[in-house]
Design a binder for this molecule. Structure first.
Ligand code: ZN
Ligand code: ZN
Length: 261
């Protein structure tokens, strides 16, 4: 991998290392582009494990300074990974404009099922009906045009639910929307990094979800690998390699990089 757009830092509270350490690692691995995309802050720090809002200005300044410092060695891009909550649509837009972000990537770790209910992909999904709500929220996010791609589109299928009609339907909704919008989906190396787990169908990776990527491959979805590194040494590690092999074996239409700026 020469280009990665999905990189975190200790600012979000659950990753390790300074931004510069990730850049140094990327240079060591002879990468040509590193996009920094830590978890976006929210006003009033409304969600856990996101960069504190008061750190955001410093984050932007740091990335811009490092962009300049390393410009002869590597292209550094300024981004964030953000969920899509309709209520925050204007907020994401203004972040992008005010701070001149190079890009946003979509990470639906949480999604809204209705006005009052927010579902966390990591903790409280017990009914496959939620898969449909997730898929619909993804499509809504794609349609905003705010995001350059969707990270781990298959994240929700990490849950311990026996695949059923809703599982297939949710996958179809996401894939169909990606085809319709010529949308780029991310094959996430961090899912491999987390290892296998015993789930309803037996032992498997929570994500990337095999069934999803079979469909994505058939639909010739443009795909990019995201390291989603939460430690500097993970920027371009063996799990990125694993993702590359996975893509090759499945005949996935892999992009080497994105056009940004
Ligand atoms: Zn994270
Ligand atoms: Zn991420």
């Amino acid at each position: 991998m020469k280009r990665n757009y999905h990189t975190h830092s200790k600012l979000c509270g659950h990753a390790f290392g300074d931004i510069e350490e990730y850049i140094i690692e990327a240079i060591k691995k002879e990468m040509t582009t590193l996009g920094i995309s830590d978890h976006t802050p929210y006003p009033g720090n409304a969600f856990d494990e996101r960069m504190p809002f008061e750190c955001f200005k410093g984050y932007v300044e740091t990335v811009c300074k490092l962009k300049e410092k390393y410009k002869d060695k590597i292209d550094i891009l300024l981004g964030v990974e953000a969920e899509y909550y309709p209520a925050y649509a204007g907020y994401y837009e203004s972040l992008k404009e005010i701070y001149k972000l190079d890009y946003l990537i979509l990470g639906q770790h949480f999604f809204q099922t209705n006005k009052w209910n927010i579902v966390n992909c990591f903790v409280n999904v017990s009914d496959s009906e939620e898969y449909i709500s997730y898929a619909k929220s993804c499509v809504e996010a794609m349609n905003t045009g705010l995001y350059i791609y969707m990270a781990h589109p298959d994240l929700i299928f990490r849950n311990n639910i026996i695949p059923d009609y809703n599982t297939s339907k949710a996958m179809d909704i996401i894939i169909d929307a990606a085809v319709k919008n010529d949308y780029i989906l991310e094959l996430n190396a961090n899912g491999f990094r987390k290892g296998k787990r015993n789930l309803a169908e037996g032992e498997r990776y929570e994500y990337p979800y095999d069934e999803f990527w079979k469909l994505a491959s058939e639909a010739k979805i443009r795909t990019i690998i995201g390291s989603d590194c939460h430690r500097p040494e993970f920027v371009c590690d063996e799990y990125v390699k694993m993702a590359e092999e996975f893509a090759e074996n499945k005949g996935i239409h892999l992009l080497e990089g994105l056009e940004i700026g």
